[in-house]
Design a protein around this ligand. Structure first.
Ligand code: PLP
Length: 354
C-alpha cells in the first residue's frame, strides 16, 4: 500500500528544553488509514494533524470498540532517531484487535508507516537527556449505528507527542496501595489488551488511592482477589530472596514489552527469574521478614518505577529502605542505555530510523 503525504500549511511551535509535560503537545502531522469490509485497510496517508469529524452515533462513543498502543522514538548522542522493538507493539495491537473484534493490521506495514511519520517529524524528537517522542497508534470503530455489534468500518491513526523525562527529579520511589475493592481485569476479559475500557474502569481506584496519599494501586486478580497482577498501568516485578519474581501472563495481565525485555536482560545477567502466581500473602510475609528486597513497575513511559512502600490492611511496609534498589537501578541503566543507543545492544532491539 502506498502512503500519500500532504504537508501542513501551519507548522506549530515546538516545546523547548527538557521540561516537556507528558501528553500535552502533538506534532504537525499524523498517519491515518481506514477500514471497510469491501476494501480492507486502505487510503494510507500522512496528513496535517487535525480533529476528527464524528457523528454522535459513532459506535466507539457508545460501545468502546477501541484499542491503542504506546512506544517511543529516542534521539541518540549522534542525533540519530531510534525505535525500540516496534514490531512487538503492532503484534500486540493485533492481539488486542482479535479480542475486540477489530480487523487485524499488517505489522510490517504499520512499522513502515511509523518510521515514515517519525522521519517526517524528526525535528520533534527532543534532544535533552531522557526526553523522547511518544508514539500513539490507535484504532476505533466508526460505524454510525445505535445498536450493539462489531463495526464494519474503522479509523486507524498514529499521533506523536514530545515528552520530557517521566520523573523530573530522577527515579523517585512511589508509595503503593494494594487495592482490595475494584479489579482491573477478569478471567476471559480484556486485561491482556490495550483497550480504552480497561483504563476507564481503573480510574476510580487510582483516584481513591491518590486521595489517601498513595501514587498508585497494586491490582489483585479479578477472580479470587488474592494474586498480584499489575501496578497502576505497569507490570510489576519483585526481588524476593535474590530471585526475580513476576506474575505469569494469565490473560488478565498486559504483556508489557518492557517487562519482556527486562526479563531477558535479567536472565542474561544470570539472575534467577520466575514467572508465576504470587499471592498477596506471600508478598506481605516477604515484606515482613525482609526477604522482599526490591519491587518496581515496568512500562514504556517510566521504563522502571521503583516501589518504596506497600500499604495493605492498615499497615505500611517499606521496600528497599524506601529507596531505589540496585537491581532496579541496573535495569533502568541497561534498558535506557540500549534505547538511547548509549551502550551496545546485543539483542537488535534498537532500530535506527534516520
Ligand atoms: C502498556 C501497559 C503496560 C506496559 O507495557 P509496555 O509495553 O512495557 O509499555 C503494562 N500494563 C498495562 C495495563 C499497560 O497498559
Amino acid at each position: 500500500m502506498e502512503i500519500s503525504v500532504t504537508l501542513t500549511q501551519n507548522y506549530k511551535q515546538k516545546p523547548q528544553g527538557a521540561d516537556i509535560p507528558f501528553g500535552v503537545y502533538t506534532t504537525d502531522h499524523m498517519f491515518l488509514m481506514n477500514y471497510s469490509t469491501d476494501k480492507g485497510w486502505h487510503d494510507a496517508r500522512i496528513v496535517p494533524y487535525a480533529p476528527f469529524q464524528m457523528d454522535p452515533a459513532c459506535m466507539v462513543l457508545h460501545y468502546a470498540q477501541e484499542i491503542f498502543e504506546g512506544m517511543k522514538a529516542y534521539r541518540d548522542a549522534e542525533g540519530k532517531i531510534r525505535l525500540f522493538r516496534p514490531e512487538e507493539n503492532f503484534k500486540r495491537m493485533n492481539n488486542s484487535c482479535e479480542r475486540m473484534s477489530i480487523p487485524a493490521v499488517d505489522v510490517d506495514f504499520c512499522v513502515k508507516a511509523t518510521k515514515q511519520l517519525v522521519e517526517l517529524e524528526k525535528d520533534w524528537v527532543p534532544s535533552a537527556p531522557n526526553t523522547s517522542l511518544y508514539i500513539r497508534p490507535f484504532i476505533f470503530a466508526t460505524d454510525n449505528h445505535i445498536g450493539v455489534h462489531a463495526s464494519h468500518t474503522y479509523q486507524f491513526a498514529i499521533i506523536l507527542s514530545p515528552v520530557g523525562p517521566y520523573y523530573a527529579t530522577g527515579l523517585a520511589p512511589v508509595s503503593i496501595m494494594i487495592e482490595e475493592e475494584d479489579v482491573r481485569a477478569v478471567r476471559g476479559g480484556t486485561g491482556f489488551t490495550k483497550c480504552g475500557g480497561n483504563y476507564a474502569a481503573s480510574l476510580r481506584a487510582g483516584e481513591r488511592a491518590e486521595q489517601k496519599g498513595f501514587s498508585q494501586v497494586l491490582w489483585l486478580d479479578g477472580v479470587e482477589q488474592k494474586y498480584i497482577e499489575e501496578v497502576g498501568s505497569m507490570n510489576v516485578l519483585f526481588k524476593i530472596n535474590g530471585t526475580i519474581v513476576t506474575p505469569a501472563l494469565n490473560g488478565s495481565i498486559l504483556p508489557g514489552i518492557t517487562r519482556k525485555s527486562l526479563l531477558q536482560i535479567l536472565r542474561d545477567k544470570g539472575y534467577k527469574v520466575e514467572e508465576r502466581r504470587i499471592s498477596v500473602d506471600e508478598l506481605i510475609s516477604a515484606a515482613k521478614d525482609g526477604s522482599l528486597e526490591e519491587a518496581w513497575g515496568s512500562g514504556t513511559a517510566a521504563v522502571v518505577s521503583p516501589i518504596g512502600s506497600l500499604y495493605f490492611k492498615g499497615e505500611t511496609y517499606e521496600v528497599s529502605g524506601g529507596k531505589i534498589g540496585p537491581v532496579t537501578q541496573e535495569l533502568y541503566d541497561t534498558l535506557t542505555g540500549i534505547q538511547w543507543g548509549k551502550i551496545a545492544d546485543p539483542y537488535g532491539w534498537s532500530q535506527v530510523v534516520c
